[in-house]
Design a protein around this ligand. Structure first.
Ligand code: URA
Length: 205
């Protein structure tokens, strides 16, 4: 489907608004990232999925959810009967935050100040797409969408609520599901993701 471009805000007198993600200097994460990874999907999407930040593969390829977490997301969406091509997929933070670990780049959780700086981009995506439902994948996305570092994910799972005129459906991050060591607990977490996508489709009608 067609993708949308994120448009810049009017320039602020004290600070030039960045006109593209790759020019963004609102926080320091651009320094170690290959590129900014914008959201993707139809501008008419009724459901928006918000993850945390690009991972290793997303950073290299420039597209959201194309690595292992994306594969798990795909299988949960498909089990819920949700077509990936109809949803808008994005992240709370647009640059990959990592630290070296041997030859690998190890994911680091973004700081709240980085989440706050990057909500500049997410808010433009929400305004342009105007989804009826936002599925927040994990705690970072929840904090960004609710504009508070204090929001707790666990108590909101399976309980959709209204916020700023849209439905918010909170669920686990797919990378979290991948890391659950116990197989039964992992299966339950996966089912919670499937259920979140089913709830999202009911709320989007
Ligand atoms: N994890 C995320 O939160 N987003 C991606 O795009 C990939 C992995």
């Amino acid at each position: 489907g067609a993708t949308i471009d994120i448009q810049p805000e009017a320039a602020q007198p004290e600070r030039e608004a960045p006109t593209s993600l790759d020019q963004c200097r609102r926080c320091e994460l651009w320094r170690n990232a290959t590129q900014g990874v914008p959201g993707e999907g139809p501008a008419s999407a009724r459901i928006m999925l918000v993850g945390e930040q690009p991972g290793d593969q997303e950073d290299l390829q420039g597209h959201p959810f194309v690595g292992p977490a994306g594969k798990l997301l795909d299988s949960a969406m498909s089990k819920a009967g949700l077509d990936r091509n109809t949803v808008y997929l994005t992240n709370a933070v647009k640059h990959f935050k990592w630290e070296p670990r041997g030859k690998r780049r190890l994911h680091k959780t973004p700081a709240q100040k980085e989440v706050d700086a990057c909500s500049y981009w997410l808010e433009q995506e929400v305004a342009q797409v105007g989804p009826e439902v936002i599925v927040v994948l994990g705690s970072t996305a929840l904090k960004s969408v609710l504009h508070t570092g204090k929001a707790g994910l666990t108590e909101l799972i399976g309980k959709p609520f209204e916020h700023e005129g849209r439905w918010i459906v909170a669920t686990y991050h797919p990378s979290y599901v991948l890391r659950v060591p116990d197989e039964e607990a992992k299966a339950r977490a996966f089912e919670a993701l499937v259920e979140a996508f089913q709830i999202a489709q009911e709320k989007a009608r």
